[in-house]
Ligand binder design. Structure first.
Ligand SMILES: [Zn+2]
Length: 308
């Protein structure tokens, strides 16, 4: 079952798919809002052709990446441009070369060669399970030491879930990404620093995307397994912002789909970042685009793109 199909069965998640053949001309228009910045503002689409005609457009929204667009066509052009920029951005991929956990623990003197050999054999015989779990199961070491070793392996801190308040963290990362990529927002310090926990390995792509979307500085770290899963389950049980899921075969239909969502919602602000093969669009109902908004003040659109 694909990720999106799995999530389409979840409550409070809407799935919308747009065929790649859909045309830009089927955009709907929405009524005017509070005022008309178009009288004083300029369309953010650099290729806008409406000229002085935009003065007659009765709309103050949508606002995408901080810029107002005068028409659905201009919105789509801006989204297309932003999508291309995200594709060209340097990848924050996981570095593949790390010292194997067992070897690292051996070098530290935390396990013996015999213990490592036995754990590797048990892992091989079972055909599953993580080496750290086998070492604990065979009483070669304890969970705290394995977690410490993972922190060394990733050159990151070990994070604890003290004073954990899941209600305050539901809008930091969409539920789909938490579940699919195994991240755990732990706390926000001084409204600026987000501690983001991982169980086995860090995900720099996810951390970068969350930092870009929220404007928070993200400190990634390892959380021990016995704390990670219960804390994540608690968080997943909370109310998250509404999420709309979609699939597109390539960049052009994705831009069309995302622009259509923006035109329908008419956000006072919206932002888009790339998260692995997803584009994550967040739309705010109010002009104040809070880093950590309340769950009912934003709507997320998560669009998987086949060719990303
Ligand atoms: Zn325009």
């Amino acid at each position: 079952m694909s990720l999106l199909k799995h999530w389409s069965n979840q409550p409070s998640v809407n799935v919308e798919a747009v065929p790649s053949s859909a045309l830009a001309s089927d955009f709907g228009s929405t009524p005017n809002r509070l005022f008309r910045p178009s009288l004083i503002g300029q369309c953010a689409n650099q290729g806008c052709r409406s000229g002085w005609l935009h003065l007659f457009r009765k709309r103050s929204t949508p606002v995408f990446q901080g810029g107002w667009t005068c028409s659905p066509e201009c919105t789509e052009a801006r989204v297309q441009w932003a999508l291309g920029r995200e594709r060209r951005a340097p990848a924050h991929e996981i570095h593949p070369h790390r010292i194997p956990l067992g070897l690292l623990m051996l070098e530290q003197g935390w396990i013996t060669r015999r213990q490592l050999h036995d754990a590797l054999q048990a892992q091989r015989a079972a055909g599953s399970g993580r080496l750290g779990d086998w070492l604990v199961r065979q009483r070669a070491t304890d969970e705290a030491t394995v977690t410490r070793a993972l922190g060394l392996q990733w050159s990151c801190p070990v994070l604890a879930n003290e004073a954990y308040d899941p209600v305050a963290l539901t809008s930091v990362v969409p539920r789909l990404f938490l579940d699919a990529f195994g991240a755990l927002p732990l706390r926000i310090a001084a409204g600026k620093l987000l501690y983001l926990g991982f169980e086995q390995c860090l995900d720099p792509v996810l951390a970068f995307a969350v930092g870009s979307m929220t404007g928070l500085r993200v400190e990634s770290g390892i959380v021990c397994s016995s704390q990670f899963r219960p804390a994540l389950d608690r968080l997943l049980g909370e109310k998250f912002p509404e999420a709309q899921l979609a699939e597109a075969v390539s960049e052009v239909p994705a831009a069309h789909l995302l622009a259509r969502s923006i035109e329908r919602f008419q956000p006072m602000n919206s932002k888009m970042v790339r998260m692995h093969n997803f584009m994550w669009l967040r739309m705010w109902r109010s002009r104040e685009a809070d880093s950590v908004p309340s769950s009912d003040s934003v709507v997320d659109v998560l669009c998987s793109i086949g060719a990303l």
